[in-house]
Design a protein around this ligand. Structure first.
Ligand SMILES: Cc1ncc(COP(=O)(O)O)c(C=O)c1O
Length: 440
């Protein structure tokens, strides 16, 4: 999203990258289109693809490490040996062979379920949309972490909920604050609680085991379903494994994806849920796309039938760890003490927090000019908060580029911070250390 670009949908004029488009159909769209937010990350893709720009914005997996020979074999076998099924419509819940493999993967994670307890979706993103579709009426309260995954906000926003954000710290969602909010709202006062417990997108923090237990207890007490979104759980660099919420309570709705353990291009994810909820999701999926791609599903079955994928994932995790290390070292080296950031134990993202009065959005044009991109923090809130924060992704750039990208970013921030210090010395600003911010 570029400064000055009007990206509010439903407006007569909007700017997509550099082109201004007049929309003569404006005024005909459903009201909900006015609520759907543009994805700041997608808007940045055009700039990020310039070769001189180091992208610290997009959360793209390093697919170059996926062994193409294994995928070619899997895709070829899918057609040669299973062509009649792979090229045909399939069942809406997804192929039982793939659901069996997914159930086995979940068992390794401490979650016991049967293939019939889950549905294959077009990525976890489709599951988010289907969940929103079956649960949210306009004005309904839903609870998320603050900040939260912008794709979830985008999926939910079409159904016009009232999104309540619960702050986080290094231990993930502040369940004490959640409890306060639930008390205020009363039993069934929210339609669901959406959480990303592992290496949260965008904050990079992980929910502690104690908080996981408390979250599940609270959800039971207030009779509100939990939606657990876990794309990064297998990308742990260090620290102990924490059980998924779904392992603590069978009523948790769990979203998984192949995007980070295989490749996002196949668009394969899944949702596990109690049977009545699953039935509703299935109806919503049938309306959306009849069924997922059988070809992609058979290809994934062939890929996961081999044992090599575990080794690939191990190497990939090592690669992400080296990139995380490079980013944290560079942040330590180049950023001044007024800037705080999280220390993720896995996943793709670091969350950076500047003194409260700084707005990073207008700085993005200058950052792009200097050859680096980030995502401004307000993209991860429903209400404009997070302006003094940014999400940095370490998943896609090489360590040297990450170091250089952070150095360029520090240059952009330094001028503003100097100004900040001057104002502060003159007593014209509140102390940054007392300013309230999002997770640190
Ligand atoms: C938290 C979270 N949920 C869901 C998704 C969507 O993933 P998928 O590729 O499975 O649709 C992403 C993608 O980045 C994500 O970060």
């Amino acid at each position: 999203m570029f400064p000055g670009a009007d990206v509010r949908p439903g407006r007569v004029m909007h700017m997509s990258t550099a082109r201004i488009v007049f929309d003569r159909w404006d005024g005909r769209y459903a009201e909900r289109m006015g609520a759907i937010r543009s994805s700041a990350v997608r808007d940045l893709f055009a700039a990020a693809s310039r070769p001189d720009i180091i992208s610290l914005s997009g959360g793209m997996p390093e697919v170059s490490r996926v062994p193409t020979d294994a995928v070619v074999n899997a895709a070829t076998e899918a057609i040669r040996e299973h062509g009649a099924e792979a090229l045909q419509y399939g069942s809406s819940e997804g192929r039982v062979q793939l659901r069996t493999i997914i159930a086995e993967l979940m068992a390794e994670n401490g979650v016991r379920l049967k293939p019939d307890d889950l549905i294959v979706t077009a990525g976890a993103q489709q599951a988010l949309d289907l969940i929103a579709k079956i649960f949210i009426d306009p004005g309904d309260v839903i609870i998320t972490e603050g900040p939260t995954y912008l794709g979830a906000l985008q999926a939910f926003s079409a159904y016009q909920p009232n999104v309540v954000c619960i702050p986080m710290d290094e231990g993930g969602m502040r369940v004490d604050l959640l409890e306060e909010k639930l008390r205020e709202l009363g039993p069934r006062g929210a339609k669901f609680i959406y959480t990303i417990p592992n290496f949260q997108n965008p904050a990079g923090v992980t929910l502690t085991p104690e908080r996981r237990r408390r979250l599940v207890e609270l959800a039971r007490e207030y009779d509100i379903p939990i939606v657990e979104d876990d794309p990064y759980g297998r990308l742990r660099f260090e620290g102990g494994h924490a059980k998924p919420l779904r392992a603590l309570d069978d009523d948790v709705i769990y979203l998984g994806t192949m995007s980070k353990i295989f490749a996002p291009g196949l668009r394969l994810g899944w949702v596990a849920a109690p049977r009545p909820i699953l039935g509703k999701i299935l109806l919503a999926k049938q309306a959306a796309d009849l069924c997922g791609s059988a070809y992609a599903q058979v290809t994934a079955e062939r890929y996961f039938a081999g044992t090599r994928w575990r080794k690939v994932l191990q190497d990939l995790t090592r690669t992400y760890k080296a990139r995380r290390d490079a980013m944290l070292e560079a942040l330590d080296e180049h950023l001044p003490p007024e800037v705080r950031y999280t220390h993720p134990e896995g996943g793709f993202f670091v969350w950076v927090e500047l003194p409260a009065f700084l707005d990073v959005k207008p700085l993005l044009a200058e950052a792009i000019e200097r050859g680096v991109t980030y995502v401004p923090g307000d993209a991860f809130y429903p209400d404009g908060r997070g302006r003094n924060c940014m999400r940095l992704a370490f998943c896609f750039a090489e360590p040297d580029d990450i170091r250089e990208g952070v150095r360029r970013l520090a240059e952009v921030l330094e001028d503003r911070l100097e100004l900040y210090r001057a104002f502060q010395a003159a007593g014209a600003l509140p102390d940054a250390s007392t300013a309230k911010g999002v997770p640190a």
